[in-house]
Design a protein around this ligand. Structure first.
Ligand SMILES: NC(=O)c1ccc[n+]([C@@H]2O[C@H](COP(=O)([O-])OP(=O)(O)OC[C@H]3O[C@@H](n4cnc5c(N)ncnc54)[C@H](OP(=O)(O)O)[C@@H]3O)[C@@H](O)[C@H]2O)c1
Length: 301
């Protein structure tokens, strides 16, 4: 039997960003259950009230707001019980499915502010504490951090970037004993797919007639596929268990996957690009056929 060596939490601190819902909320509860004092970043007072529990202390943290990041850092460095910071879980994220051509440039920048620069800001602010504690940075990427499906360009660009930053950081921090771990979930049943579909519908309504002709059916198909995948997705607890393992196991791996789609990642390493293109197109075909039938019947009405 494989015995996983885990480190004792001895009531250390853990920071989880984006803890209002989904994977972040489940992770905050799981780490608290394992004895950590969790500083749970949320953006609204009502989310703070909802997540507050034994071992979970909510903090208002929009990771794109430098003042919020500073307040979080001050809370960590001035902990009244002088507890060590064992882990920073960079989890906050925004999903969007939109063709590269149609996504306004200022919205690309906003997406990167949350999914990449916000994580860098929080990491920079907390690194001295993590180095002192020989703690962990756990970055929540995605299967989309290694495969960019059509309409996933902006989201995947942020996640590919987060993967690159994680690799560099892991190598930079190895001598100081800080471990940097990437977690790559596949479909998890959270608010994100619904939020991404709503954003995609809004963006689609702003497409020009030519863009709608070029991408309309694709966007419909991807939304239907996203909806179907998330319906079959794993519960957030499955991701929380893996993240908690990345935080507590004595010798963490550099990457953990969660969910069925993780199998795709093994294929990416061995398949030529064109073959992967064909596989992804084939997986989308049933949803494309439905989308085309729907748009044909809408036009004929
Ligand atoms: N669900 C999946 O299938 C899936 C798959 C792969 C990877 N992931 C990744 O897993 C992570 C968690 O996603 P989830 O599925 O749990 O989605 P979710 O339920 O939508 O949670 C996203 C969290 O991020 C927070 N957030 C958004 N913008 C923020 C900002 N500027 N500052 C601080 N927090 C912010 C949200 O807060 P508000 O409630 O205030 O908006 C929410 O707490 C994300 O990084 C996502 O990319 C998810």
């Amino acid at each position: 039997m494989l015995i996983q060596m885990t480190m004792s939490s001895e009531c250390e601190l853990a920071v989880v960003t984006g803890a209002s819902t989904g994977i972040g909320a489940a992770t905050a509860h799981e780490l608290a259950r394992r004895g950590f004092h969790v500083l749970a970043g949320v953006r609204r007072d009502r989310d703070a009230d909802a997540i507050r529990a034994p071992g979970i202390e909510p903090l208002i943290v929009d990771i794109t707001d430098p003042d919020h990041v500073q307040t979080l850092a001050t809370r960590v460095y001035e902990d009244p019980q002088r507890r060590r910071l064992r882990a920073l879980v960079n989890n906050a994220g925004v999903g969007v499915n939109v063709p590269v051509e149609t996504y306004p440039l200022d919205e690309w920048r906003c997406l990167f502010e949350v999914n990449l620069f916000g994580h860098i800001a929080v990491t920079q602010a907390l690194l001295p504490a993590l180095i002192r504690a020989q703690g962990r940075v756990v970055n929540i990427s995605s299967v989309g951090g290694r495969i960019a499906m059509p309409t996933y360009g902006p989201y995947a660009a942020t996640k590919f970037s987060l993967e690159a930053v994680s690799d560099a950081l892991r190598r930079e921090l190895a001598p100081s004993g800080v471990r940097v771990v990437v977690v790559e979930p596949g479909a998890i049943k959270t608010e994100m797919p619904g939020r991404a579909i709503a954003t995609a519908a809004d963006l689609a309504s702003r497409m020009t007639a030519t863009q709608r002709q070029r991408y309309g059916a694709l966007v419909h198909a991807i939304n239907a596929q996203t909806d179907a995948h998330s319906g079959r997705g794993l519960p957030p607890q499955a991701a929380a268990d893996v993240i908690a393992r990345a935080v507590t196991v004595r010798h963490p791996r550099t990457r953990y996957t969660v969910g069925r789609e993780a199998a795709l990642l093994a294929l990416v390493r061995v398949l030529p690009d064109r073959m992967l293109d064909r596989m992804l197109a084939a997986a989308l075909r049933p949803y494309r056929a439905n989308a085309m039938a729907m748009s044909a019947s809408a036009t004929s009405r």
